[in-house]
Design a protein around this ligand. Structure first.
Ligand code: SPV
Ligand code: MG
Length: 540
C-alpha cells in the first residue's frame, strides 16, 4: 500500500492509532521494528539532533535531506511536522511537491508565524497566523499534491497561544473548510481539559490528531473515547536517546575505560543489522568480480610425520623455506594476489603461529581427526568465494592467479608434471579427469574430475592434485552443506575421513568438481629431503 494511503487509513481507522517520533534514518527503522504503523517527523527532534533550536534554524531543504534518509530507511508513512510551512502559500506549494518526490505521506502545518518557536516555550507570546492567510496555505498545498491520498493536517495553536475554545473551533472549522484532511489540536496543559472540551464540540467532520506530551498521564482509552483518531508520541525517541548517551558518555569519561559500559550497550553487530549489512554482502556477490572478495583458508593443524626433531616445537607449516616459514611464503603469495582475508586452521603448537593479519580457527582434535575435519571447521566460516590450501605447499604466484581466473564452483589445481623426476616415486593425490591434459592449442585447461585417489595407477592418472582449490559462493555452500550431511550420517567415520574420499563423494553425487591444469612450479613439503632441497635452491 502507498505510504500516503497507509497514513490516510490510520486517520480513518475505527480505533485510535499511534505514530512515533523519529529524527533520522536509524530511529525511523527502530520505530518500524517496534511495530508502529507510522512516524512523526518531529521538528523539535530533527532540529535537536542537529544541535540547533526548534526555531527554523535548519533550512527546510536541510530538514528534507534528513527526511529523505528516514523515508528510505523505513516503509512506514511519515507525517512531517512542517512547522508553518516555512514561508507563505508558495513555500507550501514547493514543500508539498518536494515531499511527494521523497515519498513522505503527509505534512502538518501549524497556524503560527515563520520563524516559529516550539509550542512549549512561551506559547502565550507566540502570535497566531491570520486565518485567511493560513487557509490559503492549506488550499495551495491541497491544489499542489499529485497523489490524492497525500495528507495535510492543520494544527490549531489557539490553546497554546492562550486563546479559548471559541477561537480554537473557529480556526479548526475554517481549516477543515479550506481542505485540511485532519485537525491537530495542541495543548500544553497537564490535564487534557481543553482538548476534551474541543472534542466535545467538534462535529467529527475531520479526524482529530493529538500530542499528549504534557497530559501523558491521561489513559489512552480516555483519549480514544473522547474521539481522538491519531495520537503522536512526539519526542520520546530523542529524549530516550539523549538519556542513553548522557549516561554512557559520563560513565566512560569517569572510568577512563570501556569495561563498565560494554555490557550495557548494544554490540556493533546490532548497528550492522539495523543498517542491513547482510544485504550488502549478498549484493557484492552478485555485482563485484568474485575474486575481489575472495578469502582463503589454510589448513595447518598437523605436526607432520616426517620431520624428526624439526617439528618438536612447531607445526610443519612453520618450517623455514627461503628465509621465512612455509606459511608466510604462502600468505605472501596470497597477499600478492590481493587476497587479504586469510584464516588458518591451527592445532599442533598453535601458539607458534603468531602471524599478523590472519584469523586462527582452532582444531583441538587435530591429533585424533582426519584432515577432513579441518576442512569442516573452516567451512563453518565460509562467506562467499574462497581458496583452500594445504599449509605445507609452496607455489608460484601464477598458479594461484590461474586458479583465481578459473571458472567453476569447485575447482582443484591439478599439476600435469607429476610423472617427471623424483615426483614419480612418491605417493601422490592422483586424479583422473574426463579429458587428459594436452599440449595442443585447443586443449582444455578446465575439465571435470572423475576420481581423486592416491591409489590410482601411475599410468592411468592425468595429474596430481596440488592441495589447493577454489570455491565459488555456490561451491562453498555445496561443500559446506555436504560436510554437514556426512557428519550427520556417521559422526565417527566423518571424524577420521580424508579429503580424497570426500571429494569422490561429491563427484559421485554429480556435484561440480573440476580440474584446472597447471604444469610444475609448486612443491609439497613432505619430508626432510624436501626441506634439504629447498635450502639448496636460490632465494626466490
Ligand atoms: C514537534 O515534535 O516538533 C512538535 C510537537 O511540534 S511539540 O513539540 O509538542 O510542539
Ligand atoms: Mg514541531
Amino acid at each position: 500500500m502507498k505510504k500516503t494511503t497507509q497514513l490516510k487509513s490510520l486517520l480513518h481507522s475505527n480505533n485510535i492509532e499511534f505514530i512515533m517520533e523519529a529524527h533520522n534514518g536509524i530511529s525511523a527503522k527502530i520505530v518500524e521494528e517496534a511495530g508502529f504503523k507510522g512516524i512523526w517527523g518531529s521538528g523539535l527532534a530533527i532540529s535537536a539532533s542537529m544541535g540547533v533550536r526548534d526555531n527554523n534554524e535548519m533550512s527546510w531543504t536541510q530538514v528534507l535531506d534528513i527526511l529523505e534518509f528516514m523515508s528510505d530507511a523505513s516503509s512506514l508513512p511519515i507525517l512531517l511536522d512542517g512547522d508553518t510551512g516555512y514561508g507563505n502559500f508558495n513555500s507550501v506549494r514547493r514543500l508539498v511537491k518536494k515531499l511527494e518526490s521523497i515519498d513522505i505521506a503527509g505534512v502538518c502545518l501549524e497556524d503560527k508565524i515563520f520563524p516559529k518557536t516550539n509550542s512549549f516555550i512561551g506559547g502565550e507570546r507566540q502570535p497566531l497566523a491570520d486565518i485567511d492567510e493560513f487557509c490559503g496555505k492549506i488550499k495551495a498545498g491541497k491544489d499542489t499534491q499529485k497523489d490524492e491520498d497525500f495528507i495535510i493536517v492543520a494544527r490549531v495553536e489557539a490553546f497554546i497561544a492562550g486563546w479559548g475554545l471559541t477561537e480554537a473551533l473557529k480556526r479548526a472549522n475554517a481549516y477543515a473548510d479550506a481542505g485540511a484532511d485532519a485537525i491537530l489540536i495542541h495543548s500544553k496543559l497537564a490535564e487534557p481539559t481543553d482538548i476534551f472540551q474541543f472534542m466535545k464540540n467538534w462535529d467529527n467532520r475531520k479526524p482529530i490528531v493529538i500530542v499528549p506530551t504534557k497530559y501523558y498521564k491521561t489513559p489512552t482509552a480516555d483519549l480514544a473515547k473522547a474521539g481522538a483518531s491519531l495520537a503522536i508520541w512526539a519526542n520520546h525517541t530523542m529524549r530516550s536517546s539523549i538519556s542513553a548517551m548522557q549516561n554512557s558518555i559520563k560513565q566512560i569519561y569517569k572510568e577512563q575505560s570501556l569495561v563498565g559500559i560494554e555490557p550495557k550497550i548494544i554490540p556493533v553487530s546490532e548497528i550492522f543489522r539495523l543498517q542491513n549489512a547482510d544485504e550488502y554482502k549478498t549484493a557484492e556477490e552478485s555485482y563485484l568480480p568474485q575474486d575481489r572478495n575472495i578469502s582463503a583458508y589454510i589448513l595447518a593443524a598437523t605436526k607432520g610425520d616426517n620431520f624428526g626433531s624439526l617439528t618438536d616445537n612447531k607445526p610443519k607449516c612453520m618450517l623455514e623455506a627461503f628465509g621465512k616459514s612455509i606459511l608466510e611464503n604462502q600468505i605472501e603469495t596470497m597477499n600478492e594476489c590481493k587476497i587479504r582475508q586469510i584464516s588458518v586452521v591451527v592445532g599442533y603448537k598453535k601458539e607458534v603461529i603468531d602471524l599478523p593479519n590472519i584469523t586462527k580457527i582452532d582444531n583441538d582434535q587435530h591429533d585424533t581427526s582426519g584432515i577432513l575435519y579441518s576442512y569442516y571447521l573452516a567451512s563453518k566460516h565460509f562467506q562467499g568465494p574462497c581458496i583452500m590450501s594445504f599449509g605445507d605447499i609452496l607455489f608460484k604466484q601464477h598458479i594461484l592467479r590461474t586458479l583465481l581466473e578459473a571458472e567453476g564452483d569447485i575447482v582443484l589445481v591439478i599439476d600435469t608434471s607429476w610423472w617427471q623426476g623424483r615426483k614419480a616415486e612418491r605417493k601422490i593425490d592422483s586424479v583422473i579427469c574426463t579429458t587428459p591434459p594436452s599440449d595442443s592449442f585447443e586443449s582444455r585447461s578446465h575439465t571435470p574430475i572423475l576420481q581423486v585417489d592416491s591409489s590410482i595407477a601411475h599410468n592411468d592418472a592425468h595429474g596430481e592434485w596440488v592441495g589447493m582449490m577454489k570455491f565459488s559462493s555456490l561451491g562453498a555452500e555445496i561443500f559446506r552443506k555436504e560436510l554437514e550431511i556426512m557428519r550427520s550420517e556417521d559422526e565417527e567415520a566423518f571424524l577420521i575421513c580424508d579429503i580424497n574420499s570426500f571429494m569422490n563423494r561429491l563427484i559421485k553425487k554429480g556435484l561440480p568438481v573440476t580440474a584446472r591444469y597447471v604444469h610444475g612450479h609448486w612443491l609439497n613439503i613432505n619430508s626432510l629431503e624436501d626441506i634439504y632441497q629447498i635450502s639448496n635452491m636460490p632465494q626466490q
